[in-house]
Design a protein around this ligand. Structure first.
Ligand SMILES: *Cc1c(COP(=O)(O)O)cnc(C)c1O
Length: 380
């Protein structure tokens, strides 16, 4: 059987040929005027993705590097910070903050739950000395999206800095950094950007940057003052060929239009959820988003076996759960460079694999449900 590789994982995601070819261009020196001009143009364009007029810095790291950057530049050791922990990536905020001696006030929720503005408000009232809040816009381990717009209303006109991990959420979920008043937004190239892994981003407004200047934390590689000082150049050797690719990606995203990018993810999310429901399966998250759909694996079907079968036999890569949900859930991503037909292929492979593992679902039932949503959204 011929297998085509289909990546329905919440990072890495597929990269279009036009972008891959940009990466194949000759590597030039990163300090040449030619390259610095390209970097400057690229970072200007990148602001559009964040819907901000404030600086966006590009880091040569995976997304976690941007999380660490936010922590080390915004909170001093011993200082209080409120951190929402409702999954693997919320837990990562906590781990990084603890590694730097931050006094962590944790809003700890069971996986699959979404923090509410009320919970944030309560934590702020109880901890008036906490001046930074760390959230996860789309918690990729659970498929949950939070009500960031209303959370931002709580901090907007205060001296509290709101940071969000939008590593996976950016581009898949609407995010208007300046309009909503989110102070710091971080992301990573291998998610909604249609790029390979290797770059991380941090967008930071003036209110948050004022804290960076005052922060006395130890830092070096990720010291944002160095990034600001050398701007538009990068303080270190940046990933030249990935910048070529980023330039192309942001141009493509701008041409599509950010609203259309959000709408594309919303449509695929809706189609996937319709398929899941039609197959009689249930969502893991109480507030499923448009980055991915996390599904409770049916009884007797360990999700790591299901995802392995889909990958090895059909060439379709979805994700199993992350510890401790490894075999409890599977996660179908609808993130990044995907067509409606990729979604259909993924659901078909899921239907086949479930039946093959002994969980009987009616073949085509999920596909039809997804197609109906896609047809309504696409065929006007
Ligand atoms: C992918 C991801 C990250 C970063 O992971 P890296 O492996 O360091 O790129 C952080 N937060 C969320 C929500 C993610 O989905």
């Amino acid at each position: 059987m011929i297998r085509k590789y289909l990546l329905l994982s919440p990072g890495p995601t597929p990269v279009p040929q036009e972008i891959l070819l940009e990466g194949a261009k000759e590597t030039i020196h990163h300090r040449t005027p030619e390259f610095v001009k390209l970097l400057e143009e690229t970072l200007e364009l990148t602001k559009y993705v964040f819907q901000t007029k404030h600086p966006v810095y590009v880091l040569t790291s995976s997304g976690t590097g941007a999380l660490e950057t936010a922590v080390v530049n915004l909170v001093n050791p011993g200082e209080k910070a409120i951190i929402v922990n409702a999954g693997k990536f919320g837990e990562r905020w906590v781990e990084i903050a603890k590694a730097y001696g931050v006094n962590v006030v944790e809003i700890k929720l069971p996986w699959g739950k979404a923090v509410t503005p009320e919970m944030i408000e309560k934590a702020m009232k109880e901890n008036p000395d906490a001046k930074v809040i760390f959230t996860t816009y789309s918690e990729t381990s659970t498929g949950t999206v939070i009500d960031l717009e209303n959370i931002a209303k709580l901090t907007k006109d205060t001296d509290v800095v709101l940071v969000t991990d939008a590593v996976s959420g950016l581009l898949a979920e609407p995010l208007k950094m300046d309009e909503w008043g989110v102070d710091v937004v971080v992301s990573g190239s291998q998610k909604g950007w249609m790029l390979p892994p290797g770059l991380a981003f941090i967008a930071i407004n003036d209110k948050a940057y004022a804290k960076v200047e005052k922060c006395t934390n130890s830092r070096y590689y990720f010291d944002l003052r160095k990034y600001k000082k050398s701007s538009p150049d990068n303080p270190w050797t940046t990933a030249v060929n990935l910048i070529y690719m980023l330039n192309k990606a942001v141009k493509m995203l701008k041409e599509e239009g950010i609203e259309n990018v959000w709408a594309r993810h919303a449509l695929y999310g809706e189609a996937t959820r319709a398929a899941v429901k039609a197959l009689g399966l249930t969502f893991f998250s109480e507030r499923p988003g448009n980055v991915l759909t996390a599904v409770n694996s049916p009884k007797g079907i360990p999700s790591s076996k299901l995802t392995k079968l889909m990958r090895d036999k059909y060439g379709v890569t979805i994700a199993a759960g992350q510890e401790p949900m490894k075999d409890e859930i599977f996660r179908i991503s609808h993130l990044g460079y995907l067509t409606p037909f990729d979604i259909i292929t993924g659901i078909t492979a899921l239907e086949f694999a479930l039946n093959e593992m002994g969980y009987k679902v009616e073949i085509g039932k999920g596909v039809v449900a997804a197609e109906e949503v896609l047809f309504k959204g696409l065929v006007k």
